[in-house]
Design a protein around this ligand. Structure first.
Ligand code: GLN
Length: 569
């Protein structure tokens, strides 16, 4: 028995060592041409998924050419949602796709901007590290980009077989030049068996001529070639299927193998893309180009089951998103989390966006008519909050399932304080610094903060759930990966992005009047979840559950919420 155990340990250590020696990280760079918004993030996530399904260790990172240090300070109208990693980095929303597709957590290393690159070079210059040299874009900025692209320190530690790097923006942008120069150098230094470029372009359809046009693709590839980068694989985004002749033509003009010209046609769901890419052999082509054995095509069983279940789920459940950003991408993760939970509840979630700025007492019944549930969205600042409060009052008094997230939860609390506890001026000190009833108040540690960027309470923190609460039951029912323990409820870990919190001075009064605090951060005693148990589903979370819902692991609270909505339909 002991011998057996020893042997097992030896074998496992040995395997580990062999693996460690054998691993030679390969680098795949994904660039885009012709136009933005072609779905580079989805292609990167899909490729990651396909390589992961072959048993490889992968990571996907995004390099953005803008000068902000991170998108945390950007208005969602500029940049869509700000996604938050478990280790507390405010990042590009594409990282959300990477996590939802692969289930692999990203970190602060997976999101890099020009601003971060310059900041670290300039900080080093100020320290005198460059010993009097003139600091230049080439080599100093490009070296810093290369260092981060290689992930040299972590690639070995993480045993990464593949690092997929997506470059934001479009070829031809002035600001992406240093990133492309870094890719050119790396391809040269690493060689063809370790570095490869996938270029995504657009093939427009000219309706008047009834033709698909490849010229923009040819021009875009020429631009890349002019920068010294020859793409090995082309992914052509198109609204109409490309025929063989067209592929041959593109291959011929762009110095690419015809088999390495893949099309990405519009799909009914982004989650169909990995399967579609696998059918066209995107992963196999890449492995071949990198001189690796292709092996068997993985069946993608659970993924395909999800897609099939999604197709079968045709019964609609209407859910309203009450927020102030009238833009698809602003609440990306919430929309995706609802879609995941919809599928696993055998429903098609139909999301209706309701602009909270236009919600009034007079029109709320009309606007929410036919909604089986309401999500009150996160956000910052005064604009649109009264509409969120009106929505919270309406759904509370009409017992419509309601999910308040971060600012949404805070608005549920304010509404309850105003209309149930009778504090007419109840507010958050974010909106009204001198309100007498600051039921939402600035967190103590935030009071000394003067800088805006990256200074909120960010990333993963623990929360203990009260046994018997609906929230606790939801996590228990899902046997959630991020939940542990038993006895007095579960311990969960969720991601955060806020400066304000529930004011514990009012806790007893809320509980006495029917709004319970059912999730508490054990270290800071901060209220993480509120719930009205007498209603069908009325829960607010200070954290953002939407950041951790994935295709194969829908989030327990979204699961439970959509279930309640489906029942009330
Ligand atoms: N503005 C609120 C706060 O900072 C809520 C933030 C959010 O919704 N992410 O606490």
């Amino acid at each position: 028995m002991v011998l057996h155990a020893c042997h097992a340990t030896f074998v496992s250590v040995f395997k580990h060592v062999i693996y460690y020696i054998k691993v030679e990280t390969k680098y795949i760079f994904i660039t885009g041409g012709v136009a933005s918004s072609l779905g580079k993030g989805i292609i990167s996530a899909s490729l990651g998924k396909l390589l992961q399904a072959r048993g490889y260790h992968i990571t996907i990172q995004k390099f953005d050419p803008y000068i902000n240090i991170d998108p945390g300070t950007l208005n969602p109208y500029e940049h869509g949602e700000c996604y938050v990693t478990a280790d507390g980095m405010e990042t590009d929303l594409d990282l959300g796709h990477y996590e939802r597709f692969t289930g692999i957590e990203t970190t602060r290393d997976n999101s890099v901007t020009t601003g971060r690159i310059y900041l670290s070079v300039i900080e080093r210059e100020r320290r005198g590290d460059y010993l009097g040299k003139t600091i230049q874009v080439v080599p100093h900025i490009t070296d810093e980009i290369k260092r981060r692209m290689l992930r040299s320190e972590s690639a070995a530690k993480e045993h990464l077989d593949f690092v997929i790097t997506e470059i934001g923006g479009t070829i031809g942008d002035i600001e992406s030049q240093p990133f492309l120069e870094a890719i050119r150098q790396l391809r040269w230094e690493l060689g063809q068996s370790r570095a490869l470029n996938v270029h995504l372009t657009y093939v427009p359809y000219i309706a008047a001529a009834g033709e698909l046009k490849t010229k923009p693709t040819q021009t875009s590839v020429k631009q890349l070639q002019g920068l010294g980068i020859q793409p090995e694989v082309l992914v052509l985004r198109t609204e109409h299927a490309l025929n063989d002749e067209l592929r041959q033509k593109v291959a011929h003009f762009c110095n690419v193998d015809p088999t390495a010209v893949v099309q990405s046609q519009d799909m009914p769901s982004i989650y169909e893309v990995p399967v579609n890419m696998q059918q066209q052999g995107l992963d196999a082509i890449i492995l071949r180009k990198l001189g690796m054995e292709v092996g068997e095509t993985p069946p993608l069983g659970p993924w395909r089951s999800f897609l099939e279940r999604r197709k079968r789920a045709t019964r609609v459940v209407n859910i309203a998103l009450v927020g102030k950003y009238d833009l698809q991408d602003a609440y990306k993760s919430i929309r995706e989390s609802l879609a995941h939970a919809g599928t696993y509840n055998d429903r098609k979630v139909n999301v209706t966006f309701i602009n909270s700025e236009s919600l009034t007492r007079d029109n709320v019944a009309d606007k929410l008519a036919g909604m089986a549930g309401v999500v009150i969205c996160p956000g910052f600042g005064q604009r649109g909050i009264e509409g969120k409060i009106i929505a919270a009052e309406y759904t509370r008094t009409h017992d419509i399932p309601t999910f308040g997230i971060c600012l949404g939860m805070q608005m549920m609390v304010i509404e309850f304080a105003r209309n149930v506890l009778g504090y007419d001026d109840a507010n958050s000190s974010e909106m009204s610094a001198d309100t007498t009833h600051n039921v939402i108040d600035m967190m103590e540690e935030q009071k000394s903060v003067t800088q805006m960027g990256g200074t909120m309470r960010l990333g993963a923190y623990a929360c203990r759930l009260k046994a018997g609460s609906r929230a606790c039951d939801a996590y228990r029912a899902a046997s959630a990966d991020n939940a542990s323990g038993n006895g007095d409820g579960l311990r969960i870990v969720e991601r955060h992005r806020h400066r304000y919190e529930f004011n514990n001075r009012y806790l007893a009064e809320f509980v006495a009047n029917g709004m319970n605090c059912v999730g508490i951060n054990p270290e800071a005693n901060l209220v993480e979840i509120v719930e009205i148990p007498t209603l069908r589903w009325y829960i607010g979370t200070q954290f953002h559950p939407e950041y951790s819902s994935t295709v194969l692991h829908p989030h327990p609270l979204f699961m439970s919420f959509v279930k309640a909505c489906a029942l009330s339909n």
